[in-house]
Design a protein. Sequence first.
Length: 223
Amino acid sequence: MSRLFSLAAPPQQVATVFGADPALPVSIPGETIEGDPGVVVIDREGRRLLKTMTWGFPRHTSESRLRREAPSRLGLVADLTNPMWEHLVVDPRYRCLIPLTHFANPAGKAGAKTRAWFSLVDQPVAAWAGFCRNTPEFGPVFAGMTMTASALVQPFNDRMPVLLAADEYERWLTGTIQDVIGFQFRDPPPDERLAILHTDDRWRSGRPPPLPDAARPPMAFAL
């Protein structure tokens, strides 16, 4: 999938949807790309908290180490057997929920790509299955797990976020490695649950999707 998503919802609504402590306010950016801050939900001894972290784990290569260069970023987890992830993903302490309302893919011809936003029609604020930890290079960081894209997303990208229903949050945050594998390799959401918002905004415009209807009730929807 592309490395761009948005959380077009106020902090209070996000806290309500995820049962997180509303007394710990966070600043929600209009959009998040790798290296930028984003909001995640973590579980600490049964208490859910909203935290701001940057998107992308440090990624070292043999060449960068040899040249003593700063690491690049890796914000997508597509291969759970990669040595970078294999010890991290088995430990529930390093799992998080990544709230989002939209994820984006580029549309159109090369050199004139625009932003196409995807969302769940029955889950205004959705949860992307994620991992997080504190790193010496970048401090607190997160990354999102991807899966094979649905038929609706396939023309734009062959991968998409692993999106969780409200009754799956606890299993993601506290479950086994078998649960993690099961989430990544299950079928994607059916196309009727997904909506596409086509825009004329250039891919690098930095323009987030419009805010949803303020009258929409702040609640979570299960599958």
